[in-house]
Design a protein around this ligand. Structure first.
Ligand code: NAD
Length: 434
């Protein structure tokens, strides 16, 4: 390329040096980021900085299996941006983990923490493995060796992991113990989502579902719709979906359908969530629940309802099915359930989308409370946790929708704009270390 044909340094130019598929998670995140950055008129220099992860770590994690053989797993930790504070983001154990996915999730964590105005940056970690084929002892070895491989980045002031897909309180306890053994003293604030007995927070388990309920209530209020009898469909009946369903029902909404890996159940008159939960406790899955009709995971998304809560996987609402969605409100409990192609169609249909980086931010908000409690050594009762969470979710909902109204963009772009604006403001104040 000659000097004259070089693109101007003063315009925002997305990287086009490699091809990324439409459903590539990093591309899905970046297509929204680009639009929001342009609408905000972000300076090109800052645009370039925010489009690149700060640090990407790749490690090999050897584990001696129970049968004596050695396997070596690949692990990642990406710190996307730490301008606002320590990096925050989960660790997932999954065969689908790739560096692009971890990068996208780390960027999402950056924007999510900024949307709810927490003093955190964003990170994510993952190990490519199939935990369902590993014993508890093997998982513990994997966790401890991965933790020690990335230990230089970890710390309450630098990088604070949490549970994500296929990791849980148990895994966080091993991360915390490994880190503490290296430091020669107990450091509870190095991870969140820990068991309550060892520095976890009350209300953390319910926090993401509770956040979904709160922002849905705010959306109904904004659209002039009543809570009582609002018909809700929930895809995914795990931590987020089942708790959102339970709390929405408690507020007076009617849950007409839910689904999990085994398929969905539908009763247009309404399900009794406690009864469905009892069935799942006994049978592990929803399949076979007697007081409703069976429905597939694809059909459930297209049911006539007021609120749809995708709370399972990425990329379930796409350009292919968005036109068939009948909900008036979509509350994104899962991360990345809607593709960029679907956004356009949902907008045209006038569906009010509460984007993931706002809708499911209740989890990281209570993780922040956990970190604060660990550092202060003073623990709050559950009512205090829930009240503080509610204040943050209500305020953030108002800030995102005001941004969207002001710039005449959808809520997702409004949320990205709010987040990018907050991260960019800190970069301007801090200046660039050279
Ligand atoms: P989970 O493992 O507890 O539950 C996942 C649920 O989805 C299960 O009921 C599972 O059966 C169901 N599922 C799996 N494949 C499915 C399919 N093909 N169709 C329908 N359902 C399917 O996980 P979770 O913690 O509830 O997380 C769900 C989503 O929410 C993920 O995208 C996660 O990243 C996101 N999220 C979770 C939290 C949190 O605090 N747990 C916070 C923010 C975002």
């Amino acid at each position: 390329m000659t000097a004259t044909s070089r693109p101007s340094q003063n315009v925002i130019m997305p990287d086009k040096d490699r091809f990324l598929g439409e459903e590539n998670p990093f591309e899905a995140m970046m297509s929204r980021f680009d639009f929001a950055a342009k609408t905000l008129n972000l300076e090109p220099g800052l645009y370039k900085i925010l489009r690149h992860p700060e640090k990407q770590i790749i490690v090999s994690v050897p584990v001696q299996r129970d049968n004596g053989e050695v396997d070596v797993y690949t692990g990642y930790r990406v710190l996307y941006n730490t301008s606002r504070g320590p990096a925050k983001g989960g660790i997932r154990f999954d065969l689908q983990v790739t560096l692009d996915e971890v990068k996208a999730l780390a960027a999402w964590m950056t924007w999510k923490c900024a949307v709810v105005n927490l003093p955190f940056g964003g990170a994510k970690g993952g190990v490519v493995c199939d935990p369902s084929t590993m014993s508890n002892a093997e998982l513990e070895k994997l966790t401890r060796r991965y933790t020690s491989a990335i230990i230089e980045t970890l710390g309450p002031d630098s990088d604070v992991p949490a549970p994500d897909v296929n990791t849980n309180e148990r895994v966080m306890a091993w991360v915390m113990d490994t880190y503490s053994m290296h430091k020669r003293h107990t450091v509870t604030a190095v991870v969140t989502g820990k068991p309550v007995e060892m520095g976890g927070s009350l209300g953390r388990r319910e926090a993401t579902g509770r956040g979904c309920m709160i922002v849905t209530r705010e959306a109904l209020k904004k659209l002039g719709m009543k809570l009582q009898g609002t018909k809700v469909v929930v895809q995914g009946f795990g931590n987020v979906g089942s708790i959102a369903a339970e709390l929405m029902e408690r507020e007076g909404m009617t849950i007409i359908a839910v689904s999990d890996k085994s398929g969905g159940i539908y009763n247009p008159k309404g399900l009794v969530v406690a009864d469905v939960l009892a069935h799942v406790r006994q049978n592990k899955f929803l399949k076979g629940y007697p007081k409703a009709q069976a429905i597939s995971n694809e059909e459930i998304l297209e049911l006539p309802c007021d609120v749809l809560v995708p709370a399972a996987l990425e990329n379930v609402i796409t350009a292919k099915n968005a036109g068939n969605i009948k909900a008036k409100i979509i509350c994104e409990g899962a991360n990345g359930p809607t593709t960029a192609g679907a956004d356009k169609i949902l907008n045209e249909k006038g569906i009010f989308v509460i984007p993931d980086i706002l809708a499911n931010a209740g989890g990281v908000t209570v993780s922040y409370f956990e970190w604060v409690q660990d550092r202060g050594g003073y623990f709050w009762d559950e009512e205090t946790v829930n009240n503080r969470l509610e204040r943050i979710m209500v305020r953030s909902f108002g800030e995102v929708t005001s941004m969207a109204d002001r710039y005449k963009v959808d809520n997702r772009i409004g949320a990205y704009m709010l987040a990018i604006d907050r991260v960019a403001a800190v970069h301007r104040l801090r200046g660039m270390y050279a």
